[in-house]
Design a protein around this ligand. Structure first.
Ligand SMILES: O=C(O)CCC(=O)C(=O)O
Length: 347
């Protein structure tokens, strides 16, 4: 089934809402789908109950920031209390990467199985990323997140990091629909990656080789013709996409939304083989766990998300209480980078 979302005057890229196949985390066909289309949906990485629990934990995170957010009262969800978010409603900082919510989700066996299928090793490190939270934008137009056509991007430098390096992930926690929208991917666009220097030379020249982000021109006709889609996802589903696949998020028209509820909650999660990392980075990751530092999707390099230009002031201010970091189990400690010996000693 395909359903079409809206067009508006200055939004020339329309995002199609599409039902796509949902796979088991260990199915070979899931990996073939990922290779072919640049993304894949893994069904029920979390159960519905676990997804609900994760949303509760995210509310705990928001309320313990100490700014006066109350989950039952939308009048307390304004920007003066809400944690600083970047494009698409993503909360990247302020301890979110080590919140009980994120560590609860990272403990999922099926997520680990899915990334094990991607990399053919169980020895993985997890990113300390944040979440995307969408407030009901019909209650307050300022809460509507960026239009898809305005920030289609990839998260890998086309010449600085040639080849396959990273598969990103997102666990969807609330129902998706054509009215609400959600993540956007451009199917097959990972095949465009190698042509980017030729097709977008002057634009690429402005991005330093070490920056793993390339944003396409607004409403790029080339991407429009490749038909960006928002995939239908059940609460608890995991979406995986190659970092070379063009993606972003896009809010739908929102008709009929319950204006007293969060509209989207999606946890960003990425696992990469430990062998891609090194001891210096792993030591830095252990320090990040002690200090509650969040990161981007990459675990082979250490990139501190509290240093993002958009969030530095908030991260340094004492306006927000950071969450108490939960005690991790052995599986979670492995995902940070601790060795079995270190884990045995710690317990
Ligand atoms: O919220 C989303 O689905 C978009 C995520 C995204 O663009 C990213 O993680 O790079």
């Amino acid at each position: 089934m395909t359903l079409t979302t809206h067009h508006s005057a200055n939004d020339t890229i329309s995002v199609e809402y599409r039902h796509v196949p949902r796979f088991e985390p260990t199915e070979d066909s899931a990996m073939r789908y990922l290779e072919k289309h640049g993304f894949v949906i893994i069904a029920n990485a979390l159960t519905t109950k676990e997804a609900e629990h994760a949303v509760d934990l995210l509310w705990d995170y928001l309320e313990q920031l100490g700014t006066g957010i109350n989950r039952a009262d939308t009048s307390t969800w304004d920007d003066d209390r809400w944690p600083t978010s970047v494009h698409g409603g993503i909360l990247p900082s302020l301890g979110i990467g080590h919140s009980p919510a994120q560590w609860f989700i990272r403990n999922s066996t099926r997520i680990h199985q899915a990334f094990t299928s991607v990399w053919e090793t169980e020895d993985l490190l997890v990113s300390f990323d944040g979440v995307s939270l969408w407030r009901p934008w019909l209650a307050n137009a300022a809460w509507r997140t960026n239009e898809g056509g305005s920030w289609l991007h990839i998260d890998q430098h086309p010449t600085g990091r040639p080849g396959k390096h990273c598969v990103q992930g997102l666990v969807n926690l609330l129902p998706t629909s054509p009215e609400i929208g959600g993540n956007v991917v451009v199917p097959g666009s990972h095949h465009l990656f190698e042509q980017i220097p030729e097709l977008y030379g002057p634009r690429l020249a402005r991005i330093h080789d070490s920056i793993d982000h390339f944003r396409f021109p607004k409403n790029d006709p080339r991407l429009r013709d490749m038909q960006p889609i928002s995939c239908h996802m059940e609460p608890g589903d995991l979406m995986l996409w190659d970092s070379r696949t063009v993606h972003c998020s896009h809010p739908g028209p929102g008709a009929g939304m319950d204006e007293s509820k969060l509209q989207r909650a999606a946890s960003l999660i990425c696992m990469m083989p430990r062998s891609k990392s090194n001891s210096k980075v792993i030591e830095r990751r252990k320090k990040a766990l002690r200090e509650g530092t969040s990161t981007t999707n990459w675990s082979d390099r250490f990139i501190n998300a509290d240093h993002f230009p958009d969030v530095t002031d908030a991260a340094q201010s004492d306006r927000f209480n950071w969450p108490v970091i939960p005690k991790l189990n052995a599986h979670q400690m492995r995902l940070v980078g601790f060795t079995p010996n270190e884990i045995a000693q710690a317990n």
